[in-house]
Design a protein around this ligand. Structure first.
Ligand code: PLP
Length: 374
């Protein structure tokens, strides 16, 4: 029997839907094209990158160059180590307390809703003295507590925050100095703009929102933090293992790291760095929030100064209207605008792979929908 012919239809940018999924989400189209072009023969190896041994020089070169690009893009020097791990953002909810505190130690958290609560729950499963030093729970997580006013507990080992809460649509834009190390879950705003890292001691982010696919998590650790790691950790869960083995202690998620590397190259070489990317992302967010604020049909309950540049959450007057909005958006090839299942309503995610043109088309749709249903 003859094998079915391979599907070789060329997909162009115009054939695609507008993807506003909260992650995994849209990837930059030029990156998809490059992956496509290299799929059967990566860099003259005669193999796909998926078929290469993780011990091959090509894979190690991707890992090393990826780590260097992250440092260059974020303007970091050798004071930080950069590693690629598995286990998603969720494993970091455990690795952070395991590596940076010991039995009975105080650790402090800011609760800004869903994802921080997951981090808190994970840390609570260890025998730590966990304190919630600020929470936005009093107003249904519609704001991020003023970070400058936060007092840590005496002797705490670190403060953990989430820079961008994907579910409730809030974001911190500045990170002040605290008397203890500051650890930040940046899973939903990593590499989306320039950030001042002076006061940050550990930054982690899964890749599937702004820098690639699920399967890989990037962790940046200030070298001084390594001295705090207890010696009795299982090797696999000890950050030092992965630093020493250059993120190749056990089989890494090679393809996911490769996609991250492609995106880093795109940010650096096509976009011209995080400053330019941040400006594009700011324009996208401004365009969308301007539409939400101008149309009484849409209501974003998040306080203006806490609004996320990455995830805009909003409601329509009734659940029926929200469902109709999501349905009509889908009919217009606008995908992924339903809110998180715990919150309902609508949410539009504006990660790096989403273009300004896509946001402008969405806004045209939203304005038309508002005219028809107000
Ligand atoms: C801010 C944030 N942190 C952590 C996670 C959990 O990440 P993962 O699903 O990779 O474990 C998510 C998931 O979306 C997230 O948005």
């Amino acid at each position: 029997m003859q094998a079915a012919p391979l599907l070789r239809t060329k997909t162009t940018f115009n054939d695609r839907v507008l993807n506003f999924y909260p992650g995994p989400g849209a990837l930059p189209f030029p990156v998809l094209e490059r992956i496509h072009a290299e799929l059967f023969n990566f860099n003259g190896t005669g193999m796909s990158v998926m078929e290469l041994s993780h011990r091959s020089p090509q894979i190690q070169a991707i890992i090393d160059d990826g780590a260097e690009r992250i440092k260059r893009l974020m303007n970091l020097g050798d004071e930080f180590d950069v590693i690629f791990l598995q286990g998603g953002g969720s494993l970091q909810f455990l690795m952070v307390p395991m590596n940076f505190s010991g039995s009975g130690d105080r650790i402090d958290y800011i609760d800004t809703g869903y994802w921080t609560q997951k981090a808190i729950k994970a840390a609570k499963s260890l025998d730590r003295d966990l304190g919630i030093v600020a929470s936005s729970g009093d107003r249904n997580h519609t704001y991020a507590p003023a970070i400058e006013e936060i007092q840590l507990r005496e002797g705490t080992k670190y403060l953990h925050i989430c820079s961008n809460n994907t579910v409730v649509g809030t974001q911190y834009h500045h990170f002040p100095r605290f008397p203890a190390p500051l650890i930040v879950d940046t899973s939903s705003d990593f590499m989306s703009k320039v950030i001042d890292t002076t006061n940050l001691d550990c930054i982690y982010a899964h890749a599937q929102k702004n820098v690639g696919l699920s399967g890989v998590t990037v962790v940046l650790i200030r070298k001084e933090m390594l001295g705090r790691i207890p010696d009795n950790l299982p090797e696999l869960l000890d950050y030092r293992t992965h630093i020493e083995r250059k993120s190749n202690y056990h089989t890494p998620p090679c393809f996911s790291i490769y996609v991250t590397w492609q995106i880093l190259k795109w940010i650096e070489e096509d976009i011209g760095g995080l400053k330019n990317l941040g400006e594009i992302n700011q324009k996208k967010a401004d365009t969308l929030y301007r539409c939400i604020d101008a149309n009484p049909l849409y209501c974003c309950g998040v306080e203006v100064e806490s609004r996320s540049q990455m995830n805009a959450v909003f409601n329509l007057p009734t659940e029926e209207l929200e469902q109709l909005f999501i349905q009509e958006a889908r009919d217009a090839k606008i995908i992924g605008v339903a809110g998180h299942r715990t919150r309902g309503g609508c949410r539009v995610s504006l990660y790096n792979g989403v273009t300004l043109e896509a946001v402008e088309t969405l806004v045209e749709f939203m304005e038309k929908f508002a005219r028809e249903h107000s």
